[in-house]
Ligand binder design. Structure first.
Ligand code: ZN
Length: 183
């Protein structure tokens, strides 16, 4: 849970950071920036600011704006048998700052991420890709991944097939995807 004040400050910071990163945004898009703490009530450490530019039954375009060292916990986008949907394919493209991204594969010997001790048990995949401006990564459906911004924060595009936030699976059972407010 977060306060409305925390939400406002995070949104303001995200807006300025995205614009300073060269993104051209319309004023009405300010209010569309979602501030997510993933239910852990530690927004500065675990969370994301997410601007959704489009989300329909086929595609989604979002911008992730992460504050310094902010971490999005390990998750995957599973298939849906009912909808005959293989699960979300996600393209990440760096715009500004650095994002340390982890997925399945050979664990990197000296990862740059610095998760808090209490989060380590829920981070099981450690194959690192450092995403800087212009770097691009395609995350296949149903594969575990997580990421953390570097010391300046990060602005990252995400282009994907249909978003299935409610169906996403998280390693950490404490996670609540919908942001709740204390006030
Ligand atoms: Zn994802």
């Amino acid at each position: 849970m977060i306060t409305r004040k925390e939400e406002n400050e995070a949104r303001q910071w995200a807006w300025e950071t995205a614009r300073n990163a060269g993104m051209v945004l319309r004023n009405e898009e300010y209010d569309q920036i979602e501030v997510a703490d993933f239910g852990l009530s530690r927004l500065r450490e675990i969370g994301a600011q997410i601007l959704t530019l489009e989300a329909n039954d086929w595609v989604s375009i979002k911008v992730l704006i992460l504050s310094p060292w902010q971490l999005e916990p390990q998750h995957r986008h599973p298939p849906s048998a009912v909808e005959q949907y293989p699960g979300k394919t996600e393209v990440l493209r760096g715009q500004w700052g650095q994002l340390y991204h982890y997925w399945e594969g050979e664990p990197s010997p000296h990862p740059k991420a610095r998760p808090a001790d209490q989060d380590q048990p829920y981070l099981a995949v450690w194959n690192e890709t450092v995403l800087g401006p212009g770097s691009q990564l395609v995350i296949p459906p149903n594969s575990w991944h997580w990421f953390q911004a570097g010391p300046e924060g990060a602005v990252v595009w995400t282009f994907s097939s249909k978003v299935t936030d409610a169906a996403d699976q998280w390693t950490d059972p404490r996670i609540v995807r919908e942001t709740q407010f204390t006030d």
